[in-house]
Design a protein around this ligand. Structure first.
Ligand code: ATP
Ligand code: MG
Length: 551
């Protein structure tokens, strides 16, 4: 039986175009606007565009869609390139829509010369009013029939800075009666006296999205221009400009954007979270940005796997964030070195173990790989999780409680003999006896216990800070709730444990390194770590709703 995945609808179109010789080679593009950092939604578009080119031996351009001078910054350009490379994609060319400003200006002149564009002096309110509504047709105004010469001259004056912002616009002359509102003489150039991150002060008129995007595609000879569903109504305009400018016939195709539960996905909203201090920055591990996911411990391959699993749909949907979590868990399960870490320490003292004795025990780094091991030290005083002891055990409790036995992972079976409490009733230490014949790997005790818990040698455990992240929002779809989406931020999205313990001598302990804290979750080393003050981020817990020590 064939294992081949069925084609998605865009692959079907591409295969058809290649089969009938419409194109010899396909060329796609990824066109971010440099007004924010890339998020997981962009990753879907990236995997689709670059993935198609890889699969069909084509190529992909990176094009910065930088036609709006007021929101764009070089910092964003740099972060976008870094994230793309990290995700594992290489572009053929790096282009900027702003590099086409001269060409786009000439395109506009060409439309004017063909009698297909005019300068309108109306206010934006009047233009909006005359546009009509979806149920009411638009109205032509007195500027629509200006002569070609007058339009050429006015447009040139617009370019030369003769007018203030908003005083005039250039509109395509299409059809004020069209059912599609976007075809009712759309604005194609506006005046904006603003500094641009690349062209500086050269221009004071800027093309609108619809007059830049398709034309840029065409200039680059993009064969398949893939965008999200909200651009369906723009497609007629996309085709109209290409037809009347008589330029390379790029074609637009639309797919469903990625929406994911418990987060927001628009750059405008993410920018608010950053600017208003709800998160520490664009790369806060709670953010759905690529840089946030990277810092949280996601790998490029886990993100690509996720994008592959969600597929390419024609209808909008909401993807459960646990699918993304599944992808990283599944990968790290096979690759992340196991480690014992105690997040909420409780002292365990083995009364019958010699005071100054230390044993070196062998424990495995990865399950199913018995050769891959490390040494951990064991002695009289240990740290265990507070959650692994119960003074009055509940039913089916297989961990420590007075009189109960457990196995200490890779070590011995111990029995809880007594415990101490402070004045407020908190358990401060527990006392156990150990069974010398029960050593892991050489257990002759004949005793069977149901629970195994992890532990650390109190003598050499090293302190660490552990940052536990939870969902950033309390509700599944904050953008769809009434009112401000920020009212739904989860107040417990970050819990910082300042005094956790981990094993000493971590292998390869540099920022980004991944570990499984056994029985707990996957963690990675944060870049805030300093020598002697290591910081971990929780990538994902082993359980969906995380409780330390749960079996
Ligand atoms: P946002 O609404 O987050 O600002 P955008 O569409 O304005 O997103 P762009 O920088 O213009 O952001 O997007 C670059 C490319 O990524 C576009 O082709 C866009 O269709 C695609 N894209 C953006 N968001 C998503 C998403 N959630 N799912 C899939 N593709 C997306
Ligand atoms: Mg956009």
């Amino acid at each position: 039986m064939s294992e081949e995945k069925s084609l998605n609808f865009i692959e079907e179109i591409v295969e058809e175009d290649l089969r009938n010789g419409k194109y010899e080679k396909i060329l796609t593009r990824f066109p971010p606007e440099p007004n924010g950092f890339l998020h997981i939604g962009h990753a879907k578009s990236i995997c689709l565009n670059f993935g198609l080119a890889q699969k069909y031996n084509g190529a992909t351009n990176l094009r910065f869609d930088d036609t709006n001078p007021s929101t764009e910054e070089t910092e964003y350009v740099d972060s976008i390139k870094e994230d793309l490379k990290w995700l594992g994609f290489n572009w053929i060319n790096e282009f900027y829509a702003s590099d086409y400003f001269d060409q786009l200006y000439q395109f506009a002149v060409k439309l004017i010369q063909k009698g297909l564009a005019y300068v309108d002096d109306s206010s934006s309110d009047k233009i909006a009013l005359e546009k009509g509504t979806p149920t009411e047709v638009g109205k032509e105004n007195e500027f629509r029939n200006r002569s070609i010469e007058e339009n050429i001259s006015l447009f040139e004056q617009m370019k030369n800075g003769a007018f203030k912002d908003g005083e005039k616009v250039l509109r395509a002359k299409i059809d004020m009666l069209s059912i599609n509102m976007l075809m009712r003489d759309p604005i194609i150039y506006r005046i904006k006296h603003a500094h641009h991150h690349r062209t500086g002060d050269k221009w004071c008129i800027y093309p609108m999205y619809d007059f830049a995007h398709g034309q840029s595609d065409s200039i680059e000879k993009i064969t398949h221009s893939i965008c999200t569903l909200e651009f369906i109504p723009h497609r007629s305009l996309y085709d109209w400009f290409i037809e009347h400018l008589e330029i390379f016939p790029s074609k637009q195709y639309e797919f469903a954007r990625l929406n994911m539960t418990y987060t927001v996905m628009s750059k405008r909203k993410l920018l608010q979270l950053v600017n208003e201090g709800h998160v520490s920055g664009w790369d806060d591990p709670r953010m759905p940005t690529i840089s946030g996911l990277r810092r949280k411990g996601y790998t490029p391959s886990s993100i690509r796997t996720f994008c592959d699993k969600i597929g390419v749909a024609k209808r909008d949907n909401l993807i459960d964030i646990s699918l993304l979590e599944f992808c990283i868990k599944d990968e790290l399960n096979a690759t992340a070195s196991r480690l014992m870490a105690v997040l909420n320490p409780l002292k365990l003292i083995i009364d019958n173990y010699e005071e100054n004795r230390t044993e070196e025990l062998i424990t495995e780094n990865l399950p199913n790989d018995p050769e891959n091991t490390r040494t951990v030290t064991f002695s009289k005083e240990l740290w265990i999780e507070q959650e692994d002891f119960m003074e009055v055990p509940v039913k089916k409790w297989f961990r420590l409680a007075p009189g109960m036995m457990v196995r200490l992972k890779s070590a011995y079976i111990v029995k809880c003999e007594s415990f101490k409490k402070d004045e407020s009733g908190n358990v401060t230490e527990i006392h156990c006896s150990y069974i010398p014949e029960s050593k892991s790997g050489n257990d002759t005790s004949g005793i069977k216990v149901k629970g195994t818990i992890h532990w650390l040698n109190a003598k050499d455990a090293q302190k660490a800070e552990v940052r536990l992240y939870n969902r950033l929002f309390k509700v599944e779809n904050p953008a769809m709730e009434e009112g401000d989406f920020k009212d739904f931020i989860n107040p417990d999205s970050l819990q910082i444990i300042k005094r956790a313990y981990i094993e000493p001598n971590l292998p390869n302990a540099k920022a980004g390194a991944h570990f499984q804290f056994i029985r707990n979750g996957y963690f990675c080393i944060d870049r805030d770590s300093k020598p002697g003050a290591i910081v971990f981020n929780r990538t994902v817990s082993l359980k969906d709703s995380f409780k330390v020590g749960e079996k």
